[in-house]
Design a protein around this ligand. Structure first.
Ligand SMILES: [Mn+2]
Length: 198
């Protein structure tokens, strides 16, 4: 990675809260991005996303910012905060306040906030007290099971695999798709993945 011009910043894991789900325990390490105070902005992306277009302009966007996934897969309706793509302004005080929140009792649950024992649950609850999130268009964090128009799919800048590109639909969305149907385009999605990797 360094040969490709990347700078690597070794860091320590973040102790997850007692209520962390097995699947999300490691995801709390994302909070370390807030330690990169030598940068005024960090555009955090998960390691299961593909960039389809330049997103440098996000560095000039207010922080913190993230995409809220439409729960039923289409636009409108309930949404859940997703931490797969975030614009952050590194700040050690915020990191400390999140670590205090990790040690505190779990906040009351609400389905619409995506309370799933993840870093997202922590970030949404803790930062709703400390931060004002700005909402990014779904084009910056589009997951494979979203119901979008063809024009919106063509506009996707960051595609988020969530659970890989194996053709399986992740469990939280399977039920919603069964209920609401989907207009997603598996062939388009496969095409994006193949074009990227070949
Ligand atoms: Mn991810």
């Amino acid at each position: 990675m360094t040969e490709m011009g990347a700078s690597l910043w070794p860091t320590q894991p973040v102790d997850p809260p007692a209520w962390a789900s097995a699947m999300h325990k490691q995801a709390f390490n994302k909070l370390r991005a807030l330690e990169l105070t030598h940068y005024s902005r960090v555009i955090f992306v998960d390691n299961d996303v593909m960039l389809r277009a330049n997103v440098d302009h996000l560095a000039f966007h207010p922080a913190p910012a993230a995409v809220w996934f439409p729960v039923n897969g289409s636009s409108g309706g309930m949404t859940t905060f997703n931490s797969g793509v975030m614009i952050l302004a590194p700040d050690l005080r915020i990191l400390r306040s999140l670590q205090v929140a990790i040690a505190a009792p779990r906040p009351p649950l609400s389905e619409s906030d995506g309370d799933d024992g993840s870093d997202q649950e922590l970030l949404f609850h803790a930062t709703s007290r400390n931060w004002t999130w700005s909402v990014l268009p779904v084009a910056y964090n589009t997951h494979r099971a979203m119901c979008l128009s063809n024009a919106s799919w063509a506009d996707v800048r960051i595609l988020h695999a969530i659970h890989g590109y194996d053709g399986k639909i992740p469990p939280p969305y399977r039920d919603h798709i069964a209920k609401y149907g989907t207009r997603r385009s598996p062939s388009w999605e496969r095409g994006v993945a193949e074009n990227w990797y070949t």
